[in-house]
Design a protein around this ligand. Structure first.
Ligand SMILES: C[S@@+](CC[C@H](N)C(=O)[O-])C[C@H]1O[C@@H](n2cnc3c(N)ncnc32)[C@H](O)[C@@H]1O
Length: 343
């Protein structure tokens, strides 16, 4: 069935105008990534699974989850899927995806139209329709303005955040039952950046990070949609006891060079860091940040890429500014690094 969903994804993606895609954050998850995400959930055997799929698109993620519950590792007597999708034009395809499993496992599904943020805030405020055991999501990405209705709604349930994707994850964490697991594919920006600090605080207070997956290539994950972004996959356990975190990496969504390491939590979130930055070490050896008190963050973590060679100040005089201003970047000379050597 996953193959049929993948074909539907390519068809829907091709027929959706770029404007609509970016308005609704409609970048659907390719099957291989969906399968990888579904495989992260801990093996379990329980009578009832209540799966949350917020911003479900055509159901690629629910499909991968249900496939895994059919083929092994996730053993449920009954699966109930609640799929939220704002865009009614995707409902028929979403219904097709979910209905196709009804003959294979005891499955009950509900497609909830309308706005997930509104609906989730209502559910939390009026204490109904939560206690999900599992959540799988690839949420939309879009900035939330500080004066918008979303910000106001989210504040009512204690969520202060700047993007739809972090709002979706925070709400999904809040809707999970104790011990419930969440797997999400999201941009890496939540790991650092002062604006995401309240979000980091929200999730770290309510859940334990179990796994982080980093794609080494920015271009590969949503390549059919030409999305250029560094994505991570995060697995959280609601009310879980914080412990070691598995960090996996792969160049792309073939996962052919998958590498895995286990790190103590204090390498991921430094105990003395008031900003609660989430570091993703890609090897077991100590990083420069861990070796030196002078270096707090990696360049990637503060969103900086280095250009060496092509920048020569005397050829770029008209671009040099006397004072920093929005949109300018520092031009560093070797002299700037004197006295900053690592131990
Ligand atoms: C990045 S896509 C991912 C779709 C699907 N989860 C997948 O992985 O293929 C995000 C989806 O969220 C939907 N969406 C956007 N804003 C929403 C909202 N406020 N409430 C519910 N769904 C929303 C979009 O229409 C889109 O289908």
């Amino acid at each position: 069935m996953l193959l049929a969903v993948e074909q539907a994804r390519l068809r829907v993606s091709k027929n959706t105008e770029a404007k609509r895609k970016s308005q609704l954050g409609q970048f659907l998850t390719p099957a291989r990534t969906a399968e990888f995400m579904a495989a992260l959930f801990s093996e379990t055997k329980r009578p009832l699974c209540r799966l949350l799929d917020p911003g479900a698109g055509i159901g690629s993620l629910s499909s991968a989850f249900i496939e895994r519950s059919i083929t092994g590792g996730l053993d449920f007597a009954q699966v109930e899927v609640t799929a939220f999708e704002l865009d009614e034009r995707l409902h028929a395809e979403l219904r097709n995806t979910l209905a196709s499993y009804a003959s294979q496992i005891p499955l009950h599904y509900e497609i909830v139209g309308g706005d997930f943020i509104e609906e989730a805030v209502n559910r939390l405020q009026f204490n109904y329709g939560h206690s999900f055991t599992h959540a799988i999501l690839n949420p939309p990405y879009k900035k939330i303005n500080s004066t918008s209705r979303y910000r106001h709604l989210l504040r009512q349930v204690g969520i202060e955040t700047v993007n739809l994707y972090s709002a979706f994850v925070a709400l999904a964490v809040a809707l999970l039952a104790p011990g419930g697991e969440l797997v999400a594919i999201i941009p890496r920006s939540f790991c650092n950046g002062p604006y995401y600090r309240p979000f980091r605080d929200f999730i770290l207070n309510r859940a334990a990070i179990r796994q982080l997956h980093l794609f080494n290539s920015r271009t590969q994950t949503f390549k059919d949609d030409a999305v250029l972004q560094e994505n991570v996959i995060i697995q959280l356990e609601r009310d879980g006891v914080p412990s070691d975190v598995t960090v996996t990496t792969s160049t792309d969504d073939t996962f052919s060079d998958l590498a895995a390491n286990l790190h103590p939590l204090n390498r991921i979130v430094f105990p003395d860091d008031p900003e609660l930055f989430i570091h993703i070490p890609t090897s077991l050896g100590q990083t420069a940040i861990e070796r030196s008190a002078a270096i707090r963050y990696s360049l990637a973590e503060i969103g900086v890429a280095v250009s060496t060679g092509p920048v020569v100040d005397f050829r770029l005089k008209e671009h040099l500014c006397n004072e920093p201003e929005p949109g300018t970047v520092p031009l560093l000379y070797p002299g700037h690094f004197k006295g900053q050597a690592t131990a």
